[in-house]
Structures are given as C-alpha cells and as structure tokens.
Ligand binder design. Structure first.
Ligand code: TYD
Length: 136
C-alpha cells in the first residue's frame, strides 16, 4: 500500500438557506461497507491521536467540526492532510501509518471503517510497520 491510494473525497453538499447538509452511504460515497463509526472529541491542545497502522482495515476521516491534521506515512514518504470541511472525507487504505494532530478547540473527528474494533488489527510499533511493508 502506498500514499498514492490515499484520496480526498468530496461528499455531496446540499446547500440550503436553512443550513447545509451532507451525507454518505455504504459503497457509494464511501468506497466500502461500513461496519463501525467512532469519533474523537474534547482533545486537549497539543495532543496527538493515532500513531499506528491497521493490517486490514480501511477508513475515512472527516473533520465534522473545527480542524486537525492527519499525517500519513507509507514507510517511504509522509504526507500531511489538513482537514477543516465537514464535506471532505480523507480515504486511508490499510497498512498506512497515521496519526492525528493539531486539533482546534471543539474539533470533532468522525472516523468510518469497514471493520469492527479488533486490537489485533493494529500495528502500534513503527519499526514493525516498516518491516511489514518491506516484506510485501
Ligand atoms: P485507539 O484506536 O488506540 O485510539 P487512537 O485513535 O488514539 O489510536 O483506541 C483507544 C482505546 O479505545 C483503545 O483502548 C481501544 C478503544 N476503542 C474501542 O473500544 N473501540 C473503537 O472503535 C476504538 C477506535 C477504540
């Protein structure tokens, strides 16, 4: 897997004087079947979340409110995505090292994945991740 498979997806945006609306659906705007949704909130200033890769799990990350940066690394290069729109979803395939940082006050990160939570999906050691990438 490489950073070339990472994509920024523009979700539908229904503009309305009463307030705007966006949405996503299984296998439609989101390119996989959704199994789990979680969100990260109340992040104290300067804190980081993540710092791991998933062996076989895809996800999209959306800044529903506020802003934060998602830093992705495929074992060779690193790229930072600044998310600050509730209609922009960052697609992250399996086997990409990632962490989230630079959370604004009251930011809300929504993460949608194609698997239930399983600790054995995580690689939490960067050297182990790099070794696994080189074995592929
Ligand atoms: P973790 O994924 O390690 O957080 P981070 O995004 O900072 O890497 O999850 C933190 C804790 O929450 C961990 O003990 C597992 C638990 N957890 C669940 O029970 N279900 C979930 O869907 C997630 C994402 C985490």
């Amino acid at each position: 897997m490489s950073l070339q498979q990472v994509k920024l997806l523009q979700l539908p945006k229904i503009l309305d004087d009463r307030g705007n609306l966006s949405f996503f659906e299984n296998n439609n705007q989101i390119p996989f079947e959704i199994q789990r949704v979680y969100w990260i909130y109340d992040v104290p200033g300067g804190e980081l979340r993540g710092g791991h890769a998933y062996k076989d799990l895809q996800e999209v990350i959306i800044a529903l409110s506020g802003s934060f940066d998602v830093v992705l690394n495929d074992g060779i290069s690193e790229q930072k995505f600044s998310l600050n729109r509730s209609y922009t979803a960052l697609y992250v395939p399996k086997m990409i090292w990632r962490h989230l940082e630079n959370f604004s006050t009251n930011s809300l990160a929504l993460i949608v994945t194609d698997r239930f939570f399983e600790e054995q999906q995580y690689i939490r050691d960067f050297q182990e991740f790099k070794n696994a990438m080189h074995e592929q």
